[in-house]
Design a protein around this ligand. Structure first.
Ligand code: F3S
Length: 770
């Protein structure tokens, strides 16, 4: 049977189901029709060439082992990470993006006094960055969602996510879109450029962790509690290398936005992404957000072609079961999202751990929890308290996820309910969730511990208000809202009462809300909306001032000279060296679009093995520098360098600046005991040579100042082996004594081309120009 074609005008909103099913058919042929999980069906239907990636009929030979080359359907970028993604895209010389893309200005708006004032102030302090992003969008045909339009993941859910879609996003909570049945993966800018240029994007086939939901949610329990409980079970590393796939009869008691909350925080347990099978709740959400055509197509894909759900008998690598009927609200934290405590035990634990008994602020909303359902349930509690004559005892902030949500809440009187009861409604943006919170009551430098309750997703130290002593406890919007009326961390709103001025006791009823607005969604201020189908305008000039300290046009890195490399060891790093050590965040975020300025942070967190000092490196004459200082000096002298380090170098995030900056400052080789995979890939993408010791003990034999020369690099490049290989390196000590060590590389054919051309971007640019 042929898949019915999509009515014209809707093509960009509907995944190419017919093409996906054809690819899936090819996979099924190779695997002899083995039952597949939903995640595999969606991923494998996006393979560039099933014959190349599905090397065996046995799925066990694929999961966790094979690299998949994929063609994502679309890309979304937030304003902080989009800058470097676009600067890299510009160097390819292409005139438009290969897949639909969108940019969302949400990370750079500081929350302080409330929506309109904060937005005005952000527009002026970040004007240059917003203008740059807007002009790039016009030039290359990308949708531009300006400041105030909303948070990337909420807008993606409302407009772009779709059952069976595969997308990349330059933000770690991109998996939020899995709430609508997509496979959505958070990546760095260079990976986004792969998709934007139509280059196959590579991913090691994830394993699949099934989460079986039984029973149904009711009362105080909410979708947030599914994921806060799961984080407690799996810990922050438990999802690494897995896609979390939810199934079971309990799924049908969840709203689409609730499923998005659950997928959003899969990032907190390290999962590649999370997803749900197509449900009635999805259809209702699609219809409510103006996408009935997509809902009809998804119905056909499910009912006539068996897509959008797992096959009968599909095998998961692991299964965890959660009974929603027994699920209690959970509170997670402080400082790590997997420290999970059921609300009934939180008071006792507060005492035991000596956490603050008084809560200092409550914050609801963010990309994690700002749906109509979340807000109506929170507003119901506010109304109950208000009718009893209660006012919040602590500051209360509400962050709507998008203009559509905000306008709908306003029309339905919820914004008024919140503000009449003392809440500050912040701009439709990330704000306090990403540290953009100009907190007025407690200074950043306060030495005293304080605790906040939020419905956000992350709670690392200093993430919200820049204060290392603020403990952020993550929970549902319902629990946050109830807590602001007590401010006592030992209060359990399910069982406890609050004493009123008249001496009576007030006890909350379980919150009641609505999944979707009865009167439909309001669009709100139309100036926030981009053109539905923007066309590239090649004549638009992208302005970057040469004097700017926030943006800098990228110069392509030089291609390889064709000769063996000869470098000096600039630094021997001791112990853990994460992407935070290599490219610190915090105040440096401001310079994400300016490679030279951000490079002043390179390896400032690294510890020198030879002296034990942090951020200190020694020149050949023994003079001491901070690490980036010496890199810059050697760059100006034309002296290429190597960094030597230990295990799991570059663990942490996909932060591409951790590879870009060393390359920019003249680094050529990173020689380590082992790499974190994503960072190793990032280094290769930027034209560096990442090597590992064949014999770990050789780490001890090398010191700073030694000369390292490759002996058979020319050969290695000529051979273009696909599975890596060995490389001999000659080490010459300052005394003149020399010896040869064996190292290993694991460059694929394509990655050897990146190295030859100077970077993946140079390679992509050359291929597409020729
Ligand atoms: Fe923004 Fe926080 Fe989400 S930073 S994208 S609201 S995780």
């Amino acid at each position: 049977t042929r898949f019915p074609s999509v009515p014209s005008g809707f093509k960009s909103k509907v995944p190419p189901y017919s093409k996906l099913l054809e690819k899936l058919g090819q996979v099924k042929e190779i695997t002899n029709n083995a039952p597949l999980t939903l995640s595999e069906k969606v991923l494998y239907s996006h393979l560039c060439d099933p014959q190349e990636s599905i090397v065996s009929s046995n799925l066990e030979d694929i999961r966790g082992l094979q690299y998949l080359k994929l063609n994502p359907d679309r890309v979304a970028m937030q304003d902080a990470s989009a800058q470097m993604a676009l600067l890299q895209f510009m160097t390819t010389g292409l005139s438009q993006t290969a897949v639909p893309a969108s940019i969302h200005c949400d990370h750079l708006i500081v929350g302080k006094r409330g929506e309109s004032e904060d937005l005005m102030s952000a527009m002026s302090t970040n004007k240059e960055v917003f203008d740059f992003l807007r002009s790039c969008c016009q030039k290359y045909g990308i949708q531009f969602w300006g400041p105030g339009s909303g948070i990337i993941h909420q807008i993606v859910l409302e407009n772009f996510s779709a059952p069976g879609l595969m997308m990349l996003g330059t933000d770690s909570h991109t998996p939020n879109a899995g709430g609508l049945g997509a496979i959505a993966i958070g990546v760095g800018g260079a990976d986004a450029v792969d998709a934007l240029t139509g280059t196959p994007w590579e991913l090691k086939a994830p394993k699949i962790l099934g989460v079986k939901l039984t029973g149904h949610l009711s009362g105080w329990s909410s979708p947030k509690d599914v994921i806060t409980k799961l984080a407690g079970i799996l810990t922050v590393r438990g999802g690494t290398g897995y896609i979390l796939e939810y199934f079971g009869e309990g799924v049908s008691s969840l709203s689409c936005t609730g499923m998005a909350t659950i997928c959003n925080m899969g990032a907190e347990i390290g999962a590649t992404t999370s997803t749900f099978p197509y449900q009635k709740a999805h259809k209702l959400y699609l219809e409510a957000t103006g996408r009935s055509v997509l809902a009809e197509q998804a119905d056909i894909a499910l009912n006539q072609f068996g897509f959008l759900r797992a096959d009968e008998g599909a095998q998961y690598d692991k299964v965890i079961e959660i009974n929603l009927s027994e699920l209690e609200p959970h509170v997670n934290g402080p400082f790590t999202p997997d420290l999970s405590t059921p609300i009934s035990r939180f008071g006792e634990r507060t005492l035991k751990e000596d956490w603050p008994r008084k809560i200092s602020a409550g914050l609801i909303g963010s990309c994690t929890n700002s749906s109509y359902q979340d807000m109506t349930r929170a507003a119901d509690l506010v109304r109950q308290a208000s009718q009893a004559g209660l006012k919040p005892r602590i500051p209360f902030f509400v962050t709507p996820g998008s203009e559509q949500i905000r306008a709908t809440l306003e029309r339905d009187g919820l914004i008024k309910t919140f503000t009449d009861n003392g809440a500050v409604v912040l701009a439709n943006a990330c704000g306090p969730c990403i540290g953009q919170w100009d907190r007025q009551d407690i200074p950043k430098t306060s030495k005293e511990t304080n605790s906040i309750f939020s419905s956000f997703n992350r709670n690392f130290r200093a993430r919200n208000d820049g204060n290392r002593n603020t403990m952020n406890f993550l929970t549902s919007p319902e629990i946050v809202t109830a807590m602001i009326y007590s401010s006592n961390a030992q209060f359990n709103p399910i069982t406890d009462s609050i004493k009123l001025d008249n001496g009576k006791n007030f006890k909350f009823n379980p919150p009641v809300g609505q999944d979707l607005p009865r009167a439909g969604f309001e669009h709100g201020r139309t100036e926030f909306y981009p053109a539905a189908d923007p066309q590239p305008q090649p004549d638009v000039k992208v302005e970057v001032s040469p004097d700017s300290d926030r943006l800098q046009i990228l110069e392509p890195f030089k291609p390889w000279s064709g000769k063996e490399l000869k470098t000096n060891v600039l630094l021997k790093v001791e112990g853990k060296c994460t992407t935070d050590h290599i490219s610190a965040a915090g105040v440096w975020l401001k310079y994400k679009g300016h490679l030279e300025n951000i490079s002043y942070n390179t390896l400032i967190g690294a510890q020198n093995k030879e002296t034990g000092e942090v951020n200190k490196a020694y020149d050949l004459d023994g003079s001491v520098y901070d690490i980036p200082g010496l890199m810059m000096k050697w760059k100006s002298q034309g002296r290429p360098w190597t960094v030597v380090a230990e295990h799991n170098y570059g663990e942490g995030s996909a932060r591409e600046h951790a590879a870009l900056s060393p390359r920019f400052l003249g680094g050529q080789i990173i020689l380590v005991k082992s790499f974190a995979r994503i960072h190793e890939t990032n280094l290769k993408k930027q034209g560096m040579l990442p090597l590992t010791f064949a014999n770990e003990q050789d780490y001890e034999k090398i010191g700073s100042g030694d000369i390292l020369e490759t002996l058979n690099l020319v050969d290695m490049v000529a051979k273009k082996g696909d599975n890596g290989g060995e490389l001999d390196v000659k080490v010459t000590k300052p005394s003149g004594k020399s010896f040869v060590i064996k190292t290993k590389h694991n460059m694929s054919k394509d990655q050897i081309e990146f190295f030859k051309e100077g970077s993946a971007i140079n390679y992509i640019g050359n291929v597409s120009r020729n």
